[in-house]
Design a protein. Structure first.
Length: 326
């Protein structure tokens, strides 16, 4: 019904722009480098105004989506069969020798996803605190095999926070998507890799919390000022933190997740660097988010067919265990 409604609205050129107000908490901070002009400690709400929910989808794409949905509703066991087939899918190549090396084992979560050798993020050893090139993170390609669209990463451990910020710096990343709370039911899911206020130094990377915007109970947005103290270069990094998606579960509200994604993409628009996506192990919630984003991006660009199973196989070729449950 929603799909039919949107197609009717599109054909009639009737658009209703939803607006809402946001609660904002701003955290002021002072920067240690007096020679560099500090960014504003308070952000304007107008720069984060609500984006229209409608896309530029054409009629034929809308009809294709509607046909896909109707086909799966009429064949309700199809998704089950597709999932069963995906459970037996094996990526090639699937070597994880770097991840399994004894020197790197402590950098992986127990029983968590490992990075394949062919798609793992490689750090510069000369800039690493332990002279290592390993981090449990994978480059994820979409349509352009030369440039990764995403980095799917394990949530930092206390011992890998500096490695994480090195990856942020060396990948040119300006947007981080965090899909896990720091702990769930007393179990730690991710180490807090940013300061509560002011700045912290992680090896050669100084991270300053500029602001924290609480948009709703489900997600918030933080702005960081990242500085490489070896080169004195700086960069602003925005972290989008989704709070209500528990491990091995689904988000409490699909609408809220889609609103969250719109804000992420609005911030990222016009960039060519990868977005860093992480949950706890960098494959379950991270894989699901990337799958959703890939499919919706293709639809928005006028794709004439939807093949979610093939897209998921494409993701699993690049990182093990992407999307844990059906």
């Amino acid at each position: 019904d929603l799909c039919r409604q949107r197609m009717a609205e599109r054909s009639a050129d009737v658009f209703h722009h939803a607006t809402h107000t946001s609660r904002i908490n701003s955290v002021s901070s002072q920067f240690s480098d007096g020679a560099t002009q500090s960014p504003s400690a308070r952000s304007s709400t107008s720069s984060w105004s609500e984006e229209p929910a409608h896309s530029n989808m054409d009629i034929s794409t809308g009809h294709m989506i509607l046909a896909y949905m109707e086909d799966h509703l009429q064949n309700q066991d199809r998704l089950e069969k597709e999932w069963e087939a995906l459970c037996g899918y094996q990526a090639e190549p699937a070597a994880c020798s770097a991840a399994q090396d004894k020197s790197n084992a402590k950098k992986n979560r127990p029983n968590g996803a490992l990075a394949y050798d062919h798609s793992r993020v490689t750090l510069k050893p000369e800039n690493n605190q332990s002279s290592s090139d390993y981090i449990n993170a994978s480059l994820i390609m979409d349509h352009d095999p030369r440039n990764p669209a995403y980095i799917s990463a394990q949530g930092p451990l206390s011992s890998t926070v500096a490695d994480f910020w090195q990856m942020v710096w060396e990948s040119g990343c300006v947007v981080i998507v965090m899909l896990t709370p720091l702990s769930e039911n007393g179990t730690k899911q991710c180490h807090q890799y940013w300061p509560d206020e002011g700045s912290d130094l992680y090896h050669i990377y100084e991270v300053n919390l500029v602001s924290e915007h609480i948009w709703c109970e489900d997600f918030l947005v933080r702005s960081f000022y990242l500085k490489n103290i070896q080169t004195n270069e700086t960069r602003t990094v925005t972290q989008f933190h989704f709070l209500s998606w528990m491990d091995q579960n689904v988000p409490e509200s699909a609408r809220t997740l889609l609103d969250f994604r719109r804000k992420v993409n609005k911030c990222y628009r016009g960039r060519s660097c990868p977005i860093i996506i992480h949950c706890s192990d960098g494959s379950g919630r991270s894989g699901t988010y990337i799958l959703i984003d890939m499919v919706l991006n293709k639809m928005a660009k006028g794709a004439k067919e939807i093949d979610i199973a093939a897209t998921l196989e494409h993701l699993r070729d690049q990182r093990a265990g992407m999307v844990h449950t059906k």
